[in-house]
Write a protein that binds this ligand. Structure first.
Ligand SMILES: [Zn+2]
Length: 205
């Protein structure tokens, strides 16, 4: 969706409309093709800040505490989130190690930091250097943060390995689930259009 002053263009068919204020729960659809133009979300920004802060706390816990433990013949081996990446690296699968690191740790960390950098000043009505660039970079980064895919991989591993050893779920596993839910919820309440509007109101270009 492209916005320019009070006009809004349909992302699917490029029809141009005058933007108007919506009441709570209302959505604006394209008259020509029926695509969603925008929706009214009051309090979306405050909720997004709260959810992103939750995600940041969960991210720290998910990285600092044991993720999974394997109990086999009396021995318990605990692994943290980074263990898998290091194991891949030591096994000589460097490109896969880098990819797993980026998708499970690097990109989510950058994304949470970027979201906080953009959302907190906007919520407080303040400007910060490079806000526009940060907002653009967040949109590019979104597909690279694949916490959900990593979670799915973890679940498959747990089911497969549970036949060989006793699996002990660690604190980080619960934090990782909460991180996934908090990030998905922040995405659901975030309306990029609302962010750009706030940004324009702060520093008219
Ligand atoms: Zn349309």
């Amino acid at each position: 969706m492209t916005t320019a002053s009070s006009y809004i263009a349909c992302q699917d068919c490029d029809a141009l409309y005058h933007e108007r204020r919506l009441d709570r729960g209302e959505v604006a659809r394209c008259r020509r093709c029926g695509a969603l133009l925008y929706r009214a979300r009051s309090g979306g920004l405050a909720n997004a800040v709260a959810l992103t802060l939750t995600a940041a706390i969960c991210f720290v816990i998910a990285n600092a505490f044991p993720l999974l433990g394997f109990k086999l013949e009396g021995r318990v081996q605990e692994n943290i989130l980074l263990t898998g990446v290091l194991e891949l690296w030591h096994a000589g699968m460097w490109s896969l190690a880098v990819l797993v690191f980026l998708a499970s740790i690097g990109a989510p960390a950058l994304r949470i930091a970027g979201l906080l950098y953009v959302l907190v000043p906007l919520q407080l009505g303040r400007s910060a250097p490079g806000l526009r660039a940060a907002l653009r970079y967040l949109q590019y980064l979104r597909p690279w943060s694949m916490v959900e895919v990593y979670m799915l991989g973890l679940l498959v591993a747990i089911v497969k390995l549970s036949q060989l050893a006793t699996i002990v779920s660690g604190t980080a596993l619960y934090a990782f689930v909460a991180l996934m839910l908090a990030l998905a919820a922040a995405d659901a309440v975030l309306e990029p259009r609302q962010l750009w509007q706030r940004l324009r109101a702060l520093a008219p270009a």
